[in-house]
Write a protein that binds this ligand. Sequence first.
Ligand SMILES: Nc1nc2c(ncn2[C@@H]2O[C@H](COP(=O)(O)OP(=O)(O)OP(=O)(O)O)[C@@H](O)[C@H]2O)c(=O)[nH]1
Ligand SMILES: [Zn+2]
Length: 220
Amino acid sequence: MSVNGIHPPPPADPAEHADPAGALPAPLTPPRPPVDLAAVEAHTRHLLVLLGEDPDREGLQETPRRVAAWWREFLDYDPGRIATVFGHEARGEQYVLVRGLTAWSLCEHHLLPFRVEAAVAVIPHGQVLGLSKLGRILQLHAHRLQLQERLTSQVAATVAEVCGSADVGVWMTGEHLCMSMRGVRDDGARTDTLCLLGRLRTDTALAERLHTAVHAGRTR
Ligand SMILES: Nc1nc2c(ncn2[C@@H]2O[C@H](COP(=O)(O)OP(=O)(O)OP(=O)(O)O)[C@@H](O)[C@H]2O)c(=O)[nH]1
Ligand SMILES: [Zn+2]
């Protein structure tokens, strides 16, 4: 079974849990059918009525169609090719760190957006991944109803899988509109999440070096 063309990580192996450096299997969200444009359009029209609006007034006539198109654009997103790798002789003595990746996702509790800035580090073992693919992997997992924690671990697991390296770290800082425009209305709150796999979990000096490098370029 594949999700958007990529294969999910293998099923959890109990032996992995005994090894603190083992790659954690990511809890992938189950595959879902494509967005049904006609049904979403009809329900959006009904929602407008429930919200006390007249869906036939000039400004709203096209809104159900646009909303359905937006859900399709978001949920049926195609990240393109995510797994171009190049042979490279490095075997553990080098790291690759890409900072400043950004993506929009949707909080699964309120269906409100959250924006993340992410950094991904990999210690290559015989091959390297095309740099842009790290951003594509982030987009792939962001285009779902998400939790920031799950997004972080899914990106780490997919990067590990396509790089053929268990030594991966993902740092993420998120701004959740459900915390800023509603609810607690905490405009300044930022959420940091981190997933370290393999050597990045056990080599604390390396993890600290990377952490410093990640935050040296922080923009938000
Ligand atoms: N851990 C985690 N929590 C999230 C994320 N996105 C939203 N939440 C939280 O999900 C929680 C839902 O809490 P509930 O009490 O069920 O809902 P609510 O009454 O709307 O909560 P408030 O947001 O506090 O108004 C809130 O605390 C949100 O801040 C996320 O990515 N990770
Ligand atoms: Zn929310």
